[in-house]
Design a protein around this ligand. Structure first.
Ligand SMILES: [Zn+2]
Length: 364
């Protein structure tokens, strides 16, 4: 029966290891599956852009009405080689020495099963687009470097969360910055007054920069404080990194300004100088709760007896990169649990619910 096929597919998928950067074997197996199901499949050989031997997979299955993009990542965290999945009492877990890989292969197995059922029952469905990505776990790289030129859908479901019924429709902007402080070396015993203490300047800045929940929708953090050197030298160099996350881009910019003011004050005090670089990891996005897309998702869950709810996250996921390319993307749960640990598991019931939800959403 089809639940058994879902279990078998999931077990097949997780049995082919695909730690970030080493996804190719799994990409090839999955590509073959999608072709068997009837998808038009296109490889996007962009692995070199994220130090991976794999490729992104784009798939398209014609249908009627408005298309929808389904997105999952194919990579896993470590230890993800030699996974031996065990099914017991309706729960699938690993033998305990590896992760399971339900993050995110549960989403992939649920998609392929839902589409197989639609096709077998000759049920009319929407056009279905697929984007399966590399290297999500190491900075959302597969979706960052994906080819969006042929994406037809306005709306996308990213299946990469835990709870069935959870719909993340709001996510934070995330900017990471590196700060480098420059002073002047001098002998700390003989002529310390000739030096400029970069470490003291950096330490004062760090002390004056707020961290944690800096307002109701933003968090900040300082990390990687470094100033290696000998005890008899006035430290000429110090560095630290920062991260800024907020649901509002304006707040991110405001908090960056606050940090830079603290850094400039500290540099002025000690006579040090600084440089900085910043890298954007994600943009803030929010899909309108009153949009037809969200209403369709709610109604599909309700039809299978699941109570859906909206959620927001300060974390990142592929949906952030899709949103950057103008796609209305939400992240939903697949049933995966305790991810990124060797206790990771998933309930077959939850996977089955997710398949039924997808079937309801995709059929017309
Ligand atoms: Zn994931």
């Amino acid at each position: 029966m089809s639940t058994q096929r879902l279990i078998n597919t999931f077990i097949d998928y997780v049995s082919v290891g695909s730690e970030s950067g080493n996804e190719r074997e799994f990409c090839e197996a999955l590509e073959k599956d999608l072709i068997d199901i009837g998808f038009q499949v296109e490889r996007s050989e962009m692995g070199h852009l994220c130090q991976s031997n794999g490729f992104n997979i784009h798939g398209y299955l014609p249908g009627e009405g408005e298309s929808i993009l389904l997105c999952c990542h194919m990579d896993t965290v470590k230890p993800g080689c030699g996974i031996k999945p065990i099914e017991e009492n309706g729960i699938i877990r690993s033998e305990g020495d590896t992760i399971l890989g339900a993050d995110d292969k549960s989403g992939i197995a649920e998609i392929t099963e839902a589409v197989r059922r639609l096709k077998e029952s000759n049920t009319p469905h929407r056009p279905i687009e697929i984007m399966f990505t590399l290297c999500e776990e190491v900075g959302l790289l597969g979706s960052k470097f994906a080819d969006y030129s042929n994406v037809k859908s306005k709306n996308a479901l990213v299946l990469d969360g835990e709870e069935i019924g959870e719909i993340v429709n709001t996510a934070a902007a995330n900017i990471v910055m590196s700060f480098h402080f420059f002073g002047k070396a001098a002998h700390a015993g003989i002529c310390p007054e000739n030096g400029i203490h970069a470490l003291k300047a950096a330490a004062r800045a760090v002390d004056n920069i707020p961290v944690g929940h800096v307002d109701d929708i933003s968090v900040m953090n300082v990390s990687n404080f470094l100033s290696p050197g000998a005890t008899n030298i006035v430290a000429p160099r110090a560095d630290f990194n920062m991260e800024f996350r907020s649901y509002d881009e304006g707040r991110v910019q405001q908090h960056i300004k606050t940090a830079i003011e603290a850094i400039e004050e500290a540099c002025n005090r000690y006579g040090a100088t600084y440089t900085c670089e910043s890298e954007r990891h994600s943009e803030a996005f929010s899909v309108d709760p009153d949009s037809q897309f969200i209403k369709d998702i709610f109604s599909a869950y309700e039809r299978i007896g699941v109570t859906p709810y909206l959620e927001k996250t300060l974390g990142g996921c592929d949906a952030s990169n899709l949103a950057t390319h103008g796609i209305n993307a939400v992240n939903i749960g697949t049933g995966m649990r305790d991810v990124h640990t060797t206790s990771e598991y998933i309930k077959v019931d939850d996977m089955e619910k997710s398949v039924c939800f997808l079937y309801e959403l995709l059929k017309i």
